[in-house]
Design a protein around this ligand. Structure first.
Ligand SMILES: Cc1cc2nc3c(=O)[nH]c(=O)nc-3n(C[C@H](O)[C@H](O)[C@H](O)COP(=O)(O)OP(=O)(O)OC[C@H]3O[C@@H](n4cnc5c(N)ncnc54)[C@H](O)[C@@H]3O)c2cc1C
Length: 316
């Protein structure tokens, strides 16, 4: 690794799914732990902050970019181990891992069909969909520990996974690789069809025609908040109990507030799925921030609910 692998002034638009963001002052792609350690050390010596980037599918970088070093984790190797386990580097795409599981007739990742991004990003945020979560499959995580910069191995239990959260999100650390425990399936066709079903669902119901960063806000699962919403919108009660498993999808409420299709500059609240704020036409990060602020304000004043972002803002 030499200094010239650290490139100055690289557009972050090109590294995020929502295609927004100014430049990173410094940018580097790494696929080995040695190079990663070099970069962390370099940032420390240059006294600049660093930010770890996976697939950039859950991020909004500010219009002024990132005044530090963006390290894109690109190691993508993975393999099958005895006992139906997959070991994979953090930069492996979830799409490749899901496909690999299907090919080897292994069950456990069907829910992740169509989930964008890398393994590292999915572990940090305990990504989930259709009732599945990363925590169901992850048995071990190798992480470059914050502060010490030593490689540590954590079990799935010690990774403290919860709804869109983990010890890595709470305490930092760079996920290097992980082990996933899957189970052999009786019927290969079933794994394939369940996975393809999820991919098709996303293509139908998510606004894939525009750049986006996935669901913008976390769904509501706090019982008190749910009661407050039902006090106003009692007609949702049956769906909460029977269809949504005691959660309320934020998309339903945003649509109820009449905000579907709301446009600010190039940003738009999707008409297809109101919990997506899409980059409809050359949106700036500021357009996105204002749009999300309008949603949050109205949600607070009408339902008394403070929404929490699922996407992450960086460099603001
Ligand atoms: C169309 C669409 C649909 C989506 N659907 C879902 C869904 O159903 N469920 C869901 O949970 N999410 C969903 N997302 C959001 C996103 O895909 C996931 O959160 C994904 O797991 C993020 O992975 P990433 O590699 O893109 O992370 P990035 O966006 O690159 O980064 C996200 C965070 O993870 C950190 N990070 C990345 N790599 C590492 C690493 N190796 N070590 C430590 N930290 C790291 C970054 O610093 C950042 O804080 C969706 C996004 C899109 C665009």
């Amino acid at each position: 690794m030499h200094d010239h692998f650290i490139r100055p002034n690289i557009s972050l638009k090109d590294h995020t799914s929502i295609k927004i963001g100014g430049n990173a002052a410094y940018f580097s792609e790494v696929d080995t732990v040695e190079d990663l350690l070099f970069l962390v050390d370099w940032a420390h010596q240059e006294r600049v902050p660093y930010f770890v980037l996976g697939g950039g599918t859950n991020l909004i970088f500010s219009d002024k970019g990132y005044e530090g070093l963006v390290i894109k984790v690109t190691g993508k190797k993975f393999s099958l181990l005895p006992g139906n386990r997959i070991v994979a580097e953090a930069g492996a795409s979830m799409a490749d891992l899901v496909e690999f599981a299907v090919q080897h007739n292994l069950s456990g990742l069907e829910w992740a069909g169509g989930l964008p991004g890398t393994l590292g990003g999915a572990i940090r945020g305990n990504a989930g969909a259709f009732g599945g979560e990363m925590k169901d499959a992850i048995t071990r995580v190798a992480v470059l520990a914050p502060d010490t910069n030593q490689v540590e191995i954590l079990s799935g239990d010690n990774s403290k996974f919860s709804y869109r959260n983990s010890i890595f999100k709470e305490q930092g650390g760079i996920v290097l690789s992980a082990e996933l425990q899957l189970t052999p399936a009786d019927d290969p066709e079933k794994i394939k069809s369940l996975t393809e079903e999820k991919i098709a669902y996303r293509q139908t119901f998510h606004p894939m025609e525009y750049p986006n960063a996935g669901s913008f806000f976390k769904n509501i699962n706090n019982p008190q908040a749910i009661e407050r919403i039902l006090y106003r919108d009692n007609f949702l009660r049956e769906d909460v109990e029977k269809k949504w498993h005691h959660k309320i999808p934020v998309a339903v409420l945003i649509a109820e507030l009449g905000l579907s299709g709301k446009k600010i500059g190039g940003a738009e609240v999707s008409r297809k799925h109101a919990n997506f704020i899409v980059n409809a036409k050359g949106a700036s990060a500021e357009d996105i921030v204002i749009t999300s602020g309008i949603i949050k304000n109205k949600m607070q004043s009408i339902y008394g609910i403070l929404l929490e972002e699922e996407v992450e803002f960086t460099g603001f």
